[in-house]
Write a protein of this length. Structure first.
Ligand code: 5HM
Length: 311
C-alpha cells in the first residue's frame, strides 16, 4: 500500500483515512488497535515535517526527542523532560533502571561516521544504519520500532528511507518522521547535497482505539496545514548542531548558555523553541513574547502564539 504526499499532513490524513476504512482489529499487549500490514509513505518535501494543527504540541517534544537521539544518550531523564511518561512507553522498567535498552542515540552515534563517508560515494546502496539488532529479541522492557535507516545520494540529492517494524500512526509517526527527516537534512548538508524524498515503510501500521475519535475529528477539521521548516544553512551543520545540543543541555539542567554570536539564526531559532515550554510552565507571557519577537523565522509563530494564550 503506497501513500504519497507533499507534506506531513497530507500523509497523516491519507493514512488515517485508509486505516479507518480498511484497518483490521488487533489486540496486542499494548491495547486494542486497527492495523494495516506493509504500508509505504513518500514525503516529497521532508522539511514539511510538522503539522500546525494536529501535532503542534509535538513540535516541541519531537525536537527534544531528535536532540536526545543526536546527543547519543540512552538515559531516561533527558527524554522524560520532553515526553513525560516515556518510561511507561518503554515497558515501565523499575526506577533503578536509568537508561533505555532500546535507545536509538548510542546506535546512531556509533554509525554516523560510516554513514557520512558512505553518502559521499556516488549512488551507494550501502549507506545503512541498523537500529534493530538481533540482541533486541532478548530485551526485557522495550524493543526498537525502527529497524534500519537508509540513505541514497542520487543526482545531487539525498533521499532517505526508514523501515519500521511497528508505528503508531496518530502519536509515534509524527515524532519519527520529524526526527528522521531532520537526520536526512543534517546528513545532506554534511555532504553538500540537497534534501530529496523521504520514504517511510512500516510493517504494523496502526491506530489505537483510544485515538480513534481524535483521528476522526482531525479528518473532519478540513484542510490540513503543515508548515515547511526553513532550510538548514548550507555547509557542514556540525558546529550549529553541537551548539544547539549544548544549549539544550544548558536549558534543561539550568547551566550557563553557550555563546551564540557566531551561530546561524536557524540554530538560534531552534534553541528559542526549546525555551518555550519552560516559559509557558512559568506563565511568563513577557518572556514568551520576547521569544516570538526574537525569532528570525515566522514558521513557529502560530505555535508560540498558542503557548502565549495558554500561559
Ligand atoms: O509492541 P510494540 O513494541 O510494537 O509497541 C510499541 C508501540 O510504540 C507501538 O505502538 C509502536 O508503533 C510505537 N512506537 C512508534 O510508533 C514506538 C517507537 C519506539 O521505538 C517509535 N515509534 N519510534
Amino acid at each position: 500500500m503506497d501513500i504519497e504526499g507533499e507534506t506531513f499532513d497530507d500523509l497523516l490524513r491519507k493514512s488515517l483515512q485508509l486505516l479507518l476504512e480498511r484497518g483490521h482489529p488487533i489486540e496486542p499487549t499494548k491495547k486494542k488497535a486497527i492495523e494495516l500490514i506493509g504500508v509505504c509513505l513518500r514525503l516529497e518535501n521532508p522539511r514539511a515535517r510538522f503539522s500546525r494543527t494536529e501535532n503542534r504540541g509535538v513540535l516541541y517534544s519531537a525536537l527534544g526527542e531528535t536532540l536526545w537521539y543526536l546527543s547519543g544518550s540512552d538515559e531516561f531523564d533527558p527524554i522524560e523532560y520532553y515526553i513525560q511518561g516515556y518510561r511507561k512507553h518503554c515497558g515501565s522498567p523499575p526506577a533503578d533502571v536509568k537508561s533505555s535498552e532500546a535507545a536509538y542515540g548510542p546506535r546512531l552515534a556509533s554509525q554516523m561516521e560510516f554513514i557520512k563517508e558512505q553518502i559521499r560515494k556516488r549512488d551507494t546502496r550501502k549507506a545503512v544504519i541498523s537500529i534493530y539488532r538481533q540482541a533486541d529479541q532478548q530485551n526485557q522492557y522495550d524493543v526498537p520500532c525502527t529497524c534500519i535507516l537508509q540513505f541514497f545520494p542520487r543526482s545531487g540529492a539525498l533521499h532517505a528511507m526508514a523501515q519500521m517494524r511497528s508505528n503508531d500512526v496518530y502519536m509515534g509517526m509524527a515524532h519519527d518522521i520529524f526526527a528522521f527527516t531532520m537526520l536526512q537534512e543534517l546528513l545532506a548538508r554534511s555532504a553538500s547535497l540537497e534534501v530529496g524524498t523521504y520514504i517511510h515503510q512500516v510493517g504494523s501500521f496502526h491506530l489505537y482505539d483510544k485515538d480513534r475519535t481524535k483521528a476522526e475529528k482531525y479528518l473532519k477539521r478540513g484542510v490540513p496545514d503543515t508548515v515547511p521548516m526553513d532550510a538548514m544553512p548550507e555547509g557542514d551543520p556540525e558546529g550549529g548542531l553541537s551548539w544547539l545540543l549544548g544549549m539544550e543541555r544548558a536549558l534543561r539542567v539550568g547551566k550557563a548558555m553557550p555563546d551564540a554570536s557566531d551561530i546561524d539564526p536557524y540554530w538560534q531559532d531552534l534553541a528559542r523553541l526549546l525555551q518555550v515550554r519552560q516559559l509557558r510552565k512559568a506563565k511568563d507571557r513577557v518572556g514568551l513574547r520576547a521569544i516570538r519577537e526574537g525569532m528570525h523565522t515566522k514558521v513557529y509563530h502560530t505555535f508560540i502564539q498558542d503557548e502565549i494564550s495558554k500561559a
